[in-house]
Design a binder for this molecule. Structure first.
Ligand code: ADP
Ligand code: MG
Ligand code: MG
Length: 529
């Protein structure tokens, strides 16, 4: 049953054809695009072909109160995860036990321990570009929205912010241009919220760049206000660490264009391999220096000091081709550039941390104890679904029983990112039986959220699909903090903390995963109801 039965409106064949033409042309003209999959277009000469990103034809209805609640919590979620990242002994206990059963976590944690025992950290500040993902949860019997429940919290490579901003603008344009009927239920100027994720995410990166320069080179007098005029000649730049052959490159490019055009900041897109070829450290301060291979002869400044290392790769084992790539991650971690994220912040975003925070006393260790945070732990806690460990604790033993007796209520998650890694419902028992029991503790068991179904149309590779869909709302957050080495969670110094726009991802209601890049879902925008 759809929660909004008369949505979207029915159109005649002529009206639908007009809408699709307007939709496609807008997407292509505004860079709402991705590189096509090789299975779709086998050859792509000079990488010159692109296709509209998978997007819904209509904005999907989303309850306004839940939308506002998710956004209003974001600055506190930023604070929570900045504090978790900085609490090295707390994070260390979790990471050490996970390291025993999870090779990927073990390698990440080893970067931290090696750094501590060798030359130590050289950066002072950290940048988080986070995304907290939620679904609206409904009651089983009445199908009424109960509230938002957090699906997960991303601390590395949170993507689709730029495309999501553009989808909001696209849907608004379709309304303004008359491609949507004037009588369309719910849609009006006030129900289509502005989404400034591009601007806000770019601002977060620019802010970290400004803080870096003011700290290491106060004479440079770089500020965001004067940046556009001063920037391009400066000898500092931001590094985007990317995957080879990235199809979602334009989502990243839009952040780069904003950084360059609004803030005058140079951006370098590099793979781990490029970093080995074109960068080096200068000791004792560990400046990260980059010599671009494309620099023009005769230019004065061919060496750039990297202010911020922004990862759009590195979140999963496949991103590291071999030990060399792990060494490169170590090399970057050791530098004095601001990392987005550090290895510790990446670990703070693991599913295990989410599970542990879902126990209230653990959450309260990190949030709610300072002035201005009254009642916040309760509000954040309200958004948590039940999550259990799969270890040998009391709760873990209960979860192991539930996983076999009532698997249809749960999703089993490993410590992985990027979609396509979870095990759902009735597949859980068989999966666990096939895995050595001592490895079970590397997983968490999470209660399934029941999002409301709505009707929509999805355009993917020029084809239209119609049907029942469910949405997942992501709220972006940007935060810059100064670490308090081995201090209390509340000790860190927050220099910048903002909510940074939203993403609505939509998938067919019968599909278990909603990853856009993984090929399951599409980008949407909210029409608030
Ligand atoms: P990843 O880090 O790989 O994105 P997620 O925890 O976000 O992992 O899970 C991937 C997808 O699985 C989500 O986008 C959502 O569609 C679905 N999913 C995850 N957890 C739940 C849940 N508790 N209830 C319903 N669907 C879920
Ligand atoms: Mg994730
Ligand atoms: Mg996810």
């Amino acid at each position: 049953m759809s929660l909004y039965p008369s949505y979207p409106p029915n159109l005649t064949a002529e009206q639908l054809s007009y809408l699709i033409t307007s939709f496609t042309d807008y997407s292509l003209s505004h860079g709402l695009i991705v590189r096509p999959a090789p299975t779709f277009i086998p050859t792509n000469p000079s990488n010159s072909l692109a296709t509209p990103a998978p997007v819904t034809l209509w904005p999907s209805p989303f309850p306004r109160t839940h939308f506002e609640e998710a956004r209003s919590l974001q600055q506190f979620c930023n604070l929570l995860y900045a504090r978790v990242s900085s609490d090295r002994s707390w994070l260390g206990d979790l990471s050490t036990s996970l390291s025993l059963v999870d090779d990927f976590i073990s390698k990440l944690w080893a970067i931290h321990t090696r750094l501590k025992s060798e030359n130590g950290y050289h950066h002072k500040y950290s940048l988080g570009l986070f995304r907290s993902d939620y679904m609206v949860h409904t009651s089983e019997s009445e199908f009424a929205p109960l509230g938002i429940r957090q699906v997960e919290f991303n601390t590395i490579a949170s993507s689709f912010g730029a495309l999501a901003s553009k989808v909001s603008e696209l849907h608004r344009y379709l309304w303004r241009s008359g491609a949507y009927p004037p009588t369309a239920e719910y849609i009006n100027d006030l129900s289509l919220p502005r989404n400034e994720a591009i601007e806000r995410l770019a601002e977060g990166l620019a802010k970290a760049h400004e803080i870096y320069i003011q700290d290491v080179a106060p004479d440079a007098k770089y500020t965001l206000e004067t940046a556009a005029s001063v920037g391009p000649n400066s000898s500092y730049g931001i590094m985007f660490v990317i995957q080879d052959g990235e199809r979602n490159a334009f989502d990243q490019r839009w952040l780069e264009y904003h950084l360059t055009q609004k803030y005058g900041i140079r951006v370098f897109r590099v793979t781990f391999e490029d970093i080995r070829k074109y960068t080096h450290h200068v000791r004792p301060k560990y400046e990260l220096l980059f010599v671009p291979p494309h620099a023009f002869d005769g230019r004065k400044q061919q060496v750039y000091e990297i202010s911020v290392v922004y990862y759009r790769t590195g979140y999963g084992p496949d991103d590291y081709a071999g030990q060399e790539d792990w060494n490169t991650r170590y090399f970057l971690e050791e530098s004095r550039a601001i990392k987005c994220p550090t290895v510790l912040t990446q670990l703070a975003g693991s599913k295990k941390v989410q599970q542990v925070l879902a126990e209230k006393k653990n959450l309260e260790r990190f949030i709610g104890n300072e002035r201005g945070e009254e009642g916040i732990a309760e509000r954040i806690f309200e958004t948590f679904a039940a999550i259990y460990p799969m270890d040998e604790s009391e709760a873990g033993l209960k979860a192991r029983k539930l996983a076999f007796e009532e698997p249809h209520r749960f999703v089993l998650k490993p410590q992985r990112e990027g979609g396509g890694n979870n095990i759902y419902k009735d597949k859980i028992p068989e999966f666990l039986r096939g895995l050595e029991e001592e490895k079970w503790q590397g997983y968490i068991l999470m209660e399934l959220i029941r999002p409301p179904e709505v009707e929509n149309l999805v355009m993917r590779n020029g084809e239209m699909m119609q049907g029942k869909v469910v949405g997942e709302l992501g709220v972006y957050g940007t935060v810059v903090w100064k670490d308090a080495e081995d201090g209390e969670p509340g000790d860190i110094d927050i220099l910048y903390n903002e909510e940074a726009g939203v993403l609505l991802r939509t998938k067919g209601s019968s599909s278990e995963e909603g990853g856009v890049a993984a090929g399951f879902g599409c980008v949407d925008s909210c029409v608030l109801v």
